[in-house]
Design a protein around this ligand. Structure first.
Ligand SMILES: [Zn+2]
Length: 159
C-alpha cells in the first residue's frame, strides 16, 4: 500500500512540477533493456548554495555509493547508454564535487543505511542552475570493491 501511495505521489508531483525550481526524478534499478524496479525518487531543488539532492530510496546495498549526473537521457544497457559524467567544460577529469577543474556532474557520495534506504541529502555547490540537468541522468553506482563502475540504479531528469 505504501509503495502504491509513494508511486502515486511521485506521479502527481512530476506532473504538477512544471517550470519550477525543483524536479522529482524517479529512480529505477538498471537492466539490460533499461528500466527495472522503481526504488524511489530524488528531489532536486535549486538553492542559493547549489543544487540540493534529497533522496527517498530503498533496496540499495548499505554504505557509500558514487552518485553522478551523466550526459544522455537514457538508462538502457545497465545505465551505459547514459554516457559519461556530465562535463560541459570538457575537463575529462573525475575529481569529485568540490573541484572546478573536473566533471560538473560529480556529486557528493550517496549514503545508504543498513536497511537499504537512502534519505541523507547532498549538495552540489558547483551546479547552480537546474536547467543544466534537463535531459540528463542521475546514476547510482554499486559500492562493492572492484565493481565501482557498475551502474545499479538510474533516473532520467525530465525536460
Ligand atoms: Zn566524474
Amino acid at each position: 500500500m505504501l509503495r502504491i501511495l509513494s508511486f502515486l505521489l511521485i506521479f502527481c508531483v512530476t506532473t504538477v512540477a512544471v517550470a519550477a525550481n525543483d524536479v522529482f526524478v524517479p529512480v529505477y534499478l538498471t537492466t539490460a533493456t533499461g528500466q527495472g524496479k522503481l526504488i524511489g525518487s530524488v528531489h532536486i531543488t535549486q538553492t542559493d548554495y547549489g543544487l540540493l539532492f534529497e533522496p527517498t530510496l530503498h533496496g540499495l546495498t548499505p554504505g557509500l555509493h558514487d552518485f553522478d549526473i551523466h550526459e544522455n537521457a537514457s538508462c538502457d544497457h545497465y545505465g551505459q547508454a547514459a554516457g559519461g559524467d556530465l562535463d560541459p567544460f570538457h575537463t575529462n577529469k573525475h575529481l569529485g564535487p568540490y573541484n572546478s577543474h573536473g566533471h560538473l556532474g560529480d556529486l557528493p557520495k550517496l549514503y545508504v543505511a543498513s536497511d537499504g534506504t537512502a534519505n541523507f541529502s547532498v549538495l552540489a555547490p558547483r551546479i547552480l542552475d537546474l536547467t543544466e540537468l534537463k535531459n540528463r541522468t542521475l546514476i547510482i553506482d554499486a559500492n562493492k570493491k572492484g565493481d565501482e563502475e557498475s551502474r545499479i540504479a538510474c533516473g532520467v531528469i525530465a525536460s
